[in-house]
Design a protein around this ligand. Structure first.
Ligand SMILES: Nc1ncnc2c1ncn2[C@@H]1O[C@H](COP(=O)(O)OP(=O)(O)O)[C@@H](O)[C@H]1O
Ligand SMILES: O=P(O)(O)OC[C@H]1O[C@](O)(COP(=O)(O)O)[C@@H](O)[C@@H]1O
Length: 338
């Protein structure tokens, strides 16, 4: 279960230790925004998070601009890696010392093998069902501002079922994080988790307007969405069904609606290279930070730092680490290289 490591708790802000992990405590205490929030947590080590959703193969094309019909853009860079929101979130969680498990599905093909291999290499445990369909391939077109358009097919990425997750594995988890997937699968997983007292978060992603996820949200504690998705969620009454809604504002940070309380954090001024995976890294940071019983603004500050670090690097996969996260939270300035 979750091991909570609260290392510094003070009302006066006087902390005498400043080496190693205590450095970040000191730095935070020196920042005006933390003056009234004196709890400085270490990462939630060992937090067991099951991430259920898509495992994809991403082909990323950086272009000088997105062409209009009959126009032509220039490809400035091209790369490939494993992607899919569930596995991106799991990789971010692993970088932040949590203990993620990905539930998803891939094809019996090279992309599936490589996706498995990449997840294993980053310390993510997997429960990947093999399908006769091909591993889903997504083409991510990244423009000069780091904004992303996606072309894709479904392939194997929704072949898994809720019954593929053993009940005891779910019951032993600290958290279930659901990303975009088949609504019935997600609703069953959410219901089973709620019955086992495992908190559920849901980040439905860009297909939210096209799928009915209301049954998932009735069991979820946190809904993550970006501004576009939030408009849809608000209009369709989904905001009211979840205790906490966290809205991501891209380069303008994020807002958390927690019951009657609204908390905002403006994010960080970084040079955006590729925002793919920023939302997944953001969710990983928020889940770990908010599990520490601290000021909710701090959870948002950590989440925004994770999102910003992801947006600073190419590809949807970001190898996060707490040192980089705290450096950004503490200084408000991005490290030279993410
Ligand atoms: N250009 C950017 N500058 C700074 N932070 C960013 C930028 N783009 C994304 N982020 C961070 O990543 C988070 C998620 O990005 P966003 O694009 O809003 O969501 P999604 O990737 O889910 O569509 C933001 O809330 C923010 O913390
Ligand atoms: O920008 P986001 O929402 O964090 O997601 C990035 C991911 O989006 C995708 O293009 C599509 O992901 P999903 O199939 O999980 O919706 C991934 O392949 C990519 O890694």
């Amino acid at each position: 279960m979750l091991v909570r490591q609260l290392i510094g708790r003070t009302l006066s802000g006087t902390v005498t230790m400043c080496a190693g992990p205590f450095r970040s405590v000191l730095n935070m205490l020196h920042r005006p925004q933390w003056e009234t929030a004196m709890i400085a947590p270490l990462p939630a080590v060992d937090m067991r998070v099951i991430c259920a959703g898509h495992v994809n193969w991403d082909v990323t094309l950086h272009v000088d601009h997105l062409p209009k019909p009959d126009g032509e853009g220039r490809i400035t860079d091209r790369s490939q890696s494993s992607g899919g929101s569930a596995s991106n979130a799991a990789v971010a969680l692993a970088g932040l010392d949590a203990d993620p498990l990905v539930l998803g599905s891939v094809g019996r093909d090279d992309h599936g093998t490589m996706a498995r291999r990449e997840l294993a290499a980053t310390g993510v445990e997997t429960l990947l069902i093999e399908s006769d369909e091909a591993t889903a391939v997504k083409y991510l077109i990244v423009d000069e501002n780091g904004d992303v358009a996606v072309l894709g097919n479904d392939g194997a990425n929704e072949a898994f079922n809720a019954s593929d997750l053993p009940a005891e594995t779910l019951a032993e988890a600290d958290h279930l994080h659901l990303t975009g997937q088949n609504p019935t699968t997600a609703a069953t997983l959410a219901r089973d988790a709620a019955a086992a007292d495992v908190p559920v978060s849901f980040d439905p992603g860009r297909r939210l307007p096209y799928r009915d996820y209301s049954s998932v949200l009735s069991h979820a504690e946190i809904l993550f969405c970006n501004d576009r998705e939030a408009d849809h969620a608000r209009d369709s009454g989904l905001f009211e069904t979840v205790p906490t809604v966290v809205v991501k504002h891209g380069d303008c940070g994020a807002t958390a609606h927690i019951g009657d309380q609204t908390v905002t954090n403006a994010g960080y001024p970084i040079e955006s290279v590729d925002t793919a995976g920023a939302g997944d890294a953001f969710a990983a940071g928020y889940l770990l930070a908010s599990a520490q019983e601290t000021d909710p603004e701090r959870a948002l500050a950590v989440a925004n730092a994770c999102g910003a670090l992801a947006a600073q690097s190419s590809g949807a996969r970001t190898t996060l680490d707490w040192e980089s996260v705290w450096e950004l939270v503490d200084s408000g300035q991005p490290p030279e290289t993410a």
